[in-house]
Write a protein that binds this ligand. Structure first.
Ligand code: SGN
Ligand code: CA
Length: 562
């Protein structure tokens, strides 16, 4: 028996020796589906943390592929994050440092390179660049922030259109329609599927109203943070208590605000009216059915509420609406994954789920983002590619949105331009961690003065520490010990016990700024640009008084430096 097997093998070997060996089959280039939501906190994905919501469909990616626990952004704000993703460059080099100015379309982006290399490309949903994307065979994008209900779209082939319904469902319909009817079977594709949800002002789909407006959520430990030792945190205008709008965000009816004598926060009632005004009669009826009982109960409770009660109430209202919008994202994610499975498109498709940044869900008493503190610096990242990534794997490497462009280009066999600044994640994704050796990342946030007033800052982040420089209206450093103080409540910068660590981090931060080609001259250019527009009254939420205050503070810093 053994002998006959051996002779069979020898015979087969001879045969193949005699013939010309067949060309090794070219591995088929993978499809790429890049899914991104807007402001989706990792705390609100059950694969990360199931104390707030179950997201079984997003979690399918973690089961099929890899979940990253230390993924972060380079600049925690919408359009700059998108620009970093598309260009593979930090904000100071791609020029999109804030939401205020338009994206410079002379930048080279990875979709353009993939299109040139034979990929079919499409984008659906939120871009927020102030101009149209290049390198796409098809796009249907929301103008600016877009609307939750009955949204308008700018389209490549049909002009401007309005579609009745709920934005998350509509963007998915468009995506599925493209996959079914426009996708060419003989070409690999790169699809960007970009949700508006869960961005402010958190309007959930009609079908989720009843369920989510009746849920109650655990409070974060730092809901009542006093910001001791963290001047920029104290100054920021993103506290749920003081800056979240009663009507515009929390859906207190303007008439109820009047009745109770509650003063407006920002353009509180106008925003409510304009969102509500977009609804059809039946959508209005569903909205009223859900929010009338809440308003009735609030009217009774309000007169005897303490400040702490009010914060708690607003926190619950905020999370109900925010998480309600995520329910639709998760359901629609299920629709997409089911389609891919049913059509044999799962195995050789890289599917990425991420957000343009993280978000505060009451941590530090906040909503919004912008800071280098974890909840907004980190972002969810789940990647599946059954052909190459081990199911159910996890990585705690320091990866960034800066890395996507090079990852996709490498996976597609396209050479990345040498001025891209990220690194391909393929070694991590395919279990070759020895080929990955990043031990620190660089962060730089610019949008100040602007809504929410988060001072400009740059930072080095390692697995153990953060060293942060706030430099615009104050000149102050923060050092955070990530292991000892995961809630990031203590500034250790002046603590003598950290002297050596502080000096080491300063050295490394200087090196990183050289490596990524960032410097104070560039920062100054971006300051001048935004200040010019802010002084001309062109920056939302920044009054002439504020400008004067800023100028005085900057003059004081200059004086101290002399
Ligand atoms: C809007 C929101 C802000 C938010 C920015 C940026 N205000 O201006 O709360 O920080 O977008 O968000 S709102 O009153 O218009 O809702 S980003 O995700 O686009 O960067
Ligand atoms: Ca965002």
């Amino acid at each position: 028996m053994k002998r006959s097997l051996l002779s069979l093998l020898v015979f087969a070997g001879l045969l193949s020796y005699g013939c010309k060996s067949p060309e090794p089959a070219q591995p088929q280039r993978p499809n790429i589906i890049f899914i991104m939501s807007d402001d989706h906190a990792y705390q609100a994905i059950s694969a990360y943390d199931n104390s707030l919501i179950e997201t079984p469909n997003i979690d399918r990616l973690a089961k099929m592929g890899m979940l990253f626990t230390n993924a972060s952004v380079t600049n925690s704000i919408c359009a700059p994050s998108r620009a970093t993703i598309l260009t593979g460059k930090h904000s100071h080099l791609n020029g999109k440092v804030d939401n205020h100015f338009h994206f410079d379309t002379t930048n080279v982006t990875f979709p353009q390179l993939l299109q040139e290399a034979g990929y079919q490309t499409a984008m659906f949903g939120k871009l927020h660049f102030g101009n149209n994307p290049k390198g796409f065979d098809q796009f249907k994008i929301l103008p600016g922030q877009g609307s939750y209900y009955n949204p308008d779209f700018i389209t490549k082939h049909e002009g401007n259109i309005q579609v009745e319904g709920y934005v998350t469902d509509i963007v998915t319909d468009m995506t599925l329609d493209w996959l079914a009817n426009e996708r060419k079977a003989d070409q690999p594709f790169m699809l960007m599927y970009l949700h508006k949800a869960p961005h402010r002002s958190w309007l959930m789909a009609e079908r989720h109203l009843e369920d989510f407006t009746n849920r109650k959520f655990p409070e974060p430990k730092t809901l009542f943070d006093d910001y001791a030792g963290r001047a920029a945190a104290a100054e920021a205008e993103m506290r749920i208590m003081d800056h979240m709008a009663w009507a515009g965000d929390n859906k207190v009816f303007p008439a109820v605000m009047d009745e109770l004598g509650i003063p407006e926060i920002g353009y509180d009632k106008t925003r409510f009216q304009s969102e509500y005004g977009r609804l059809t009669e039946s959508q209005k009826a569903a909205f009223d059915r859900a929010y009338t009982p809440i308003n009735e109960a609030f009217k009774k409770a309000y007169p005897s509420m303490s400040d702490a009660d009010k914060l708690r109430w607003k926190y619950q209202r905020y999370l109900q609406d925010y998480l309600g919008t995520i329910q639709a994202v998760d359901e629609n994610m299920g629709r997409l994954l089911d389609y891919l499975e049913a059509n044999g498109l799962m195995e050789n498709t890289i599917i990425v789920y991420t957000s343009d940044q993280g978000f505060y869900l009451g941590e530090h008493g906040w909503f919004d983002k912008r800071f280098v503190y974890d909840e907004s610096f980190k972002t969810p990242l789940l990647v599946s590619w059954p052909q190459r990534i081990k199911a159910g794997s996890r990585s705690d490497e320091l990866v960034q949105n800066l890395d996507f462009a090079q990852t996709f280009l490498e996976a597609a066999g396209v050479k990345a331009p040498s001025d891209m600044q990220g690194e391909s994640l393929l070694p991590i994704l395919t279990g070759q961690n020895d080929k990955w050796n990043r031990d620190a990342v660089y962060y730089h946030y610019y949008e100040y003065p602007a809504e929410h007033m988060v001072n400009r800052h740059y930072a080095i982040v390692t697995k153990d520490y953060k060293l942060v420089h706030y430099y615009f209206v104050e000149d102050r450093w923060e050092l955070i010990d990530r292991k000892k103080d995961p809630m990031e409540l203590k500034n250790e910068y002046d603590n003598p016990a950290y002297k050596q660590i502080r000096e080491e981090l300063h050295r490394r931060l200087t090196d990183l700024r050289v490596k990524y080609k960032d410097n104070s001259e560039l920062s100054q250019k971006y300051i001048d640009d935004l200040m010019r527009d802010a002084s001309a009254g062109k920056v939302f939420g920044v009054s002439p008084d504020k400008i004067r205050e800023i100028q005085n503070r900057r003059a004081k810093i200059d004086l101290e430096k002399k």
